[in-house]
Design a protein around this ligand. Structure first.
Ligand code: TPP
Ligand code: MG
Length: 555
């Protein structure tokens, strides 16, 4: 045990947890922390000028490193600005430790905000410390909670007396953690019984596959089973998109995903994959046909069987579960079932080839559009990035073209916005680049999303983080118009066209100008042929850059 101030115990515990970066924006309630940091140059403080940037950066950093990220914001005022993207981290299960300072506990009559009440809805665990003795243990528990499946964000508030007071403390890091939990053999047997006899199985992959590093196991299982593969989400690498059995992402707006999934006689969902869409469209929570039997695997007991009536629920690490299922299926499937699986795979190759041909045709048809099409933009990008490039995807309605043009074939190659709050990608680019200093990282961001956290350009300049931003400048919240059309067709059914109120930017967003004003190299690009040379130049510069690309925003 060593006697020290709470603020020093915090730094020592962060070092023990292996923290390299503190994403933050300080205020007076963080004075003790900022003073202590003077003696800890190994803990690099990444200053942001809007809290959303810190949250986006921490989210991407945690996901790209697989380790909890650390954020420090300012009391209720700074914390409030971070909550929008805290929601995304919570939805996606990102392990991060969010903190802020607070007034002295003794300032009772003057009034102080119970900070943890602000974030309990969006965190896995939240707590506020009143004594220096609590600091190392609470930080240790915070890291432990954040990284233990189901992973998620946690919050720790520091009252001034917890930071300024002294105590005898012991610094011990949180356990390394061995989280690959084997599935219940009974669940494997029941799932195998269903799957071995399936004549049209579908594997629905979610982000938890990436988190447990299970894409190889997912491929093996899909091949043994002869399953069609769809992604409920691809905000992390789940399955090689070029694989002949990978038939697409069920993005919102995809032609009726529920109908498609209901064609399966047995559906194997891995992760938090049974999501509901915006508008009410179900009775009693069932979105899929009764004839579709469901096997659902996830590390979280709160997710398995959550909404969709489920035949076999399996709470397990996806990697372990998929490996166990593939082994069991190989043993269980009859010779004729294996032959049938091969036949299905051959048919899928044709469907896949047709999808690729459809993309090529769309690209060709829209090649010379002015402003340029998203297809052309992304084809130019794909032709000019090194294969090891990491893509940060906050591209909103440009996303279909991102996936049309770029084949993702390895873990860590893509990190996308998830959870719904826009403003993720500018900070996301910073976090992904800090986690991948030796790889080129590009962030593809919608103009509306970029405007939410445009201050992040300044952080990229100030810290010289060589992230290349590609702005999808379509002068509109295009996705809101698409969703308005769905609302009209599905709910209003009035057959009248929408005026799309407040969904356009008649005063254009000069993102290149904003970047330049914040010290970042930038170019406005109208001609698709300029994308390649500008992108190469930006990637070679070892400095941040913003390429503000004017694209078509029509529906
Ligand atoms: C913090 C926050 N505010 C508002 C919204 C509502 N919203 C959802 S998508 C969107 C527009 C995204 O526009 P943009 O980034 O330009 O992409 P585009 O649709 O044009 O491809 C908005 C405003 C949101 N999701 N999050
Ligand atoms: Mg837009």
């Amino acid at each position: 045990m060593v006697r020290m101030k709470g603020s020093r115990a915090l730094m020592e515990q962060l070092k023990a947890e292996g923290v390299k970066y503190i994403f933050g924006n300080p205020g007076t309630s963080e004075s003790a922390i900022m003073d202590e940091l003077e003696r800890y140059p190994e803990l690099k403080y990444v200053l942001v000028t809007q809290e959303g940037v810190a949250m986006g950066a921490a989210d991407a950093y945690a996901r790209a490193t697989g380790k909890p990220a650390f954020v420090n914001l300012h009391i209720e005022t700074g914390l409030a600005n971070g909550i929008s993207l805290l929601h995304n981290a919570n939805e996606g299960g990102t392990p991060l430790v969010l903190t802020s300072g607070n007034k002295d506990m003794r300032k009772l009559v003057e009034g102080r905000t119970e900070l943890k009440e602000m974030v309990t809805l969006f965190t896995k665990w939240s707590v506020e410390l009143s004594h220096p003795e609590q600091v190392p243990g609470a930080i240790r528990r915070a890291f432990n909670e954040a990284k233990t499946p189901p992973t998620g964000p946690v919050y720790v508030g520091f009252s001034a007396n917890a930071m300024d007071g002294e105590a005898e403390v012991e610094i011990v890091p949180s356990p390394k953690g061995h989280y690959h939990i084997q599935p219940d053999p009974q669940a494997v047997a029941e799932a195998t019984k269903l799957l071995a006899k399936a004549s049209n199985p579908i594997l629905l992959v979610g982000d938890r596959i990436a988190q447990s590093n299970a894409s190889k196991e997912a491929v093996r299982l899909a091949e043994v089973l002869g399953a069609r593969v769809y992604a409920a989400s691809f905000s992390e690498f789940n399955f090689p998109t070029g694989h002949p059995q990978f038939l697409g992402r069920l993005a919102y707006g995809f032609p009726d995903p529920n109908k498609l999934l209901s064609t399966a006689d047995v559906l194997l969902g891995v992760g938090n994959v049974f999501t509901s869409y915006w508008f009410f469209d179900t009775q009693g929570g069932r979105t899929l046909a009764k004839s579709t039997k469901i096997v659902h695997v996830d590390a979280s007991g709160r997710v398995v069987g959550k909404s969709e009536p489920t035949d076999v629920g399996m709470i397990a690490d996806p990697k372990m579960a998929l490996a166990a299922l593939a082994d069991a299926l190989e043993a269980e499937m009859s010779g004729s079932a294996k032959e049938a699986a091969k036949g299905r795979i051959a048919a899928m190759a044709k469907e896949k080839a047709a999808q690729v041909a459809a993309w090529d045709k769309r690209l060709k048809d829209r090649w010379d559009l002015k402003p340029m099409s998203t297809e052309r933009m992304m084809a130019e990008v794909a032709a000019n990035i090194p294969p090891e490039t990491v893509i940060v995807d906050d591209s909103v309605t440009t996303r279909n073209s991102v996936f049309g043009a770029i084949e993702f074939d390895r873990p860590g190659s893509v990190f996308g916005e998830r959870g719904g709050a826009i403003g993720w990608g500018v900070g996301g680019g910073i976090g992904a680049k800090l986690a991948n200093p030796d790889k080129p990282v590009i962030a593809i961001v919608g103009d509306g999303s970029a405007m939410m956290t445009v201050q992040g350009f300044w952080t990229a300049a100030n810290e010289n983080i060589p992230i290349v931003y590609l702005m999808c400048n379509n002068r509109t919240y295009r996705v809101l118009k698409l969703n308005m059309n769905v609302y009209k067709n599905m709910i209003l059914k009035d057959g009248k066209p929408s005026k799309y109120m407040a969904m356009d930017f008649p005063t254009g967003l000069n993102l290149a100008g904003m970047a330049q004003a914040m010290g970042v190299y930038s170019r406005r690009i109208e001609n698709p042929q300029d994308i390649g040379p500008e992108l190469k130049k930006a990637l070679a510069s070892d400095k941040p850059a913003v390429l503000d690309i004017s694209i078509d925003g029509a529906l």
